[in-house]
Write a protein that binds this ligand. Structure first.
Ligand code: ATP
Ligand code: MG
Ligand code: FE
Length: 341
């Protein structure tokens, strides 16, 4: 089957066409960095307006690049949540209109399921179940992925997401927006052992993650004026790596580990984090799978692929599907300490 996928839940507008045999026929993407840079973060109202302007031309580009018309597409998938609701509504309503005009089915995709299944788009050998570290702008979770639509959350952050910690650190250090890649670049030329920073929850007898204290420590260190920005960035990134390693091994020590360790979400684009996970997987005799960098941050191909997986199972949605600002992958997970997501 051929699936068109639309993404608009944060600040990338994207449309892509993917075939169920894992061929990516086209992917078009427009970032909105220039719209939000002056504000140091994504402004929801500006994002929604930009999505509305960009989405239809991107769909046309995706179809043209694939050499297809809407009639050649078997189904239209769109992120239906979670995310900034104005943006989500733009993508979903566009998909509904295309579905109505073409008579093709709509597939309402959970953005997090898009991230979670994206490694299967590039790795035909990745079978269920797998252990997934989902690290993004809004999430830090370990999940057991049992199948399409079947996720067991093993742990989550009790405060900030990892990407959020990268973005806040970038802002504190004046490294600009978007923060993750800027911190990684600065860290590459810094000394990771120069700035003493905490490792929140390291060694704790619970599975969860925490990053808020780390970000506050970055602020205090920066305010002393004693340290180079590059050294703070490198020390911050190493602290994140130490925390992730410690928390993942805690869980691995206590579960019947699946054969593969998989990482997805925007922070999965961070090369030192990928290297640590690769090493950890090798230590545990697990296969390591990480999508290419462009497939880690938000894109249309992962939504089209999640759509293809769902379409293959006969899962389509009605045109009355309502956008969801919150939509956990594991609806049975209870809040970690009442605070996490
Ligand atoms: P969610 O998927 O949880 O709804 P989101 O869609 O906003 O959140 P993604 O697009 O998946 O998040 O990821 C964006 C996040 O990834 C940002 O916080 C960004 O700073 C971070 N990020 C991107 N590249 C890197 C990198 N190289 N190193 C660290 N963090 C990165
Ligand atoms: Mg983004
Ligand atoms: Fe995302």
């Amino acid at each position: 089957a051929i699936i068109l996928g639309l993404e608009s839940s944060c600040d990338e507008t994207a449309a892509a066409i993917v075939r169920s045999d894992r061929t990516i026929l086209s992917h078009a993407l427009a970032g909105q960095e220039d719209h939000h840079r002056a504000f140091g973060g994504v402004v929801p109202e500006i994002a929604a307006r930009a999505h509305a302007e960009l989405m239809t031309p991107l769909v046309e580009t995706a179809l043209a690049d694939a050499g297809l018309t809407l009639n050649d597409v078997d189904a239209i998938a769109a992120t239906a949540g979670p995310g900034l609701i104005g943006g989500v509504m733009v993508g979903l309503v566009t998909a509904k209109a295309l579905a109505m005009a073409s008579g093709k089915p709509l597939i309402a995709v959970n953005h997090l399921e898009g991230h979670a299944l994206s490694p299967r788009l590039i790795d035909a050998d990745l079978e269920f179940p797998y252990l997934l570290l989902l690290v993004s702008g809004g999430h830090c979770q370990l999940l057991r992925v049992n199948g399409v639509g079947d996720y067991k959350r093993l742990s989550t952050t009790i405060d900030d997401a990892v990407g959020e910690a990268f973005d806040k650190t970038a802002k504190i250090l004046g490294l600009g927006f978007p923060g993750g890649p800027a911190v990684e670049r600065a860290a590459a030329i810094g000394n990771a052992h120069n700035v003493p920073l905490p490792r929140p929850l390291k060694g704790a007898d619970e599975p969860h993650f925490s990053f808020a204290g780390l970000k506050s420590a970055v602020l205090r260190a920066h305010e002393t004026g004693q340290y180079r920005v590059e050294d703070i960035a490198a020390s911050f990134q190493l602290a994140v790596i130490d925390c992730l390693y410690d928390r993942i091994t805690y869980t691995l020590d206590r579960i019947d580990a699946p054969p593969a360790l998989v990482v997805a979400g925007g922070v999965a684009a961070n090369v030192p984090i990928r290297k640590m996970l690769e090493k950890l997987a090798a230590q545990r005799g697990m296969r390591f799978v990480a999508p290419p960098l462009w497939l880690c941050t938000d894109n249309g191909a992962m939504i089209a692929w999640a759509g293809a997986e769902r379409f293959g199972m006969g899962l389509t949605d009605g045109l009355d599907f309502v956008a969801r600002p919150r939509w956990p992958l594991d609806p049975h997970a209870t809040p970690a300490r009442g605070a996490g997501v």
